[in-house]
Design a protein around this ligand. Sequence first.
Ligand code: BG6
Length: 363
Amino acid sequence: GLDGHPDFMRKEMAEQPEAVRRALRGRLDTRFATAHLGGLDLDPVALRSVRRVKFLGCGSAYYAGQIGAGLVESLARIPADAEPASEFRYRNPVVDPDTLYVAVSQSGETLDTLAAVQELRRKGGRVIGAVNVVGSAIARECGSGVFLHAGPEISVASTKAVTTMGVSFAMLALLLGRVRDLSAAAGARVVAGLQALPERIEAALALDDEIAGIASRYASARHMFFLGRVSGWPVAREGAQKLKEVSYVHAEAYQAAELKHGPIALIDKDMPSVVIVPDDDIVVKNVSTMEQIRARGGPVIAVTTVDLPAGVADEVVRVPRGEAVLDPLVLGIPLQLLAYHTAAALGRDIDKPRNLAKSVTVE
Ligand code: BG6
C-alpha cells in the first residue's frame, strides 16, 4: 500500500535511504577497504582481466549506467561507457572478450535489454546483470551479477531503483579499483562515503518544501535545459528524463560545455536552466556557464554540493557535501523532487504518466 503517501513515486522517493542501506548491507569491507559482491562470480584474477566496462540499459537504467561508467573510470581507471541497450543488437556490435558488460534493469524484463544480453551471450561476451527483480528474465539470462535490493518499485518513474543502481556501481567500481591501484586510504574514503550516503539522501529529501516552491515558480515554463559536466552530465540527463516523464514539460539535457556550441541560442527569460554542480575540479567552469546563461536573461536553478558565489543563480539547491565521487548519487534526489512537484503543480497523474509503461516487454 501507499502507507499514507499520496502516490507511489512519493513513497518510493522517501524509501531511498532505507533502500540504500539494504543495497549496502553485508557488502562493505572496512578491513580491506573494498566491497564484496558475491553474486558476481568473479575472482580477483577474473576481475583483473577486465580491460573495459560497458553498461547497457534503457531509459533511466541507461543514465544510471552512465553514472556507473564514470565511477569505474575514476575509481578503477578502466575505460568505461554506457550505451542504450535498445540499439545494441541492431548494430552488429563488436563484442570484446576483455570487456565486462553490465546489463542494467529495474524490472529485469525490458525486452530491449534482454535482447542485448542474448546478443552478448551468443557472441561469447562476459555479461553480468544489475537487476532489482530476483528471478526476472534478465537476471536468469545473465546468471550472475548484483541485485539492487531496492524493494518493489511501482511508480513508472524510477527513483529508488536508479539510486540503488548508482550504489551498486560504486561498489563494483570500488572492487575493480581495489584489485588494481586504488589505495587502501582512497578505498576507505569511498567505503565511509557509502556508509554516509543514506544520511546525505535524507538531507536531500528534506529540501522538499524548498523544491516545491521552486517547482511552482517554474511550472509554467514550456522548456527547460538540464546542464552538467563530466559526472554531472548523466545526472542532468536523468533529471531531464524524469521531468519529461511525469510533468510532460519538454526538458533537454546538454553537456554544459556544449551549450555555447549551439543551444545557447535558445536562452531567454522563458528558458530556465537547471545546472548540476558537483564537488569537482571544474566548479569554476560551471559557474561561468551560469553567468553566461544569466547574461542572456535565462533563469538558473543550481543544484550543487558546494558553496557557490552569491548571486550566481536565481535558485540554489544545496545538498550536503560528502565523498565527492558519490555526488552524482545525491544530486539526483533534488531533481526527482523537482520533477515530482512540477507534475503535481500541473495536475499530472504522477504514477501513471501517459503513454508509458513500467516495463516495456515488446519492441
Ligand atoms: C522504460 C520505463 O520504458 O523502461 C523507464 O518507462 C525505465 O522508467 C526503462 O527506466 C527501463 O526499465 P527497466 O525495468 O529495464 O529498468
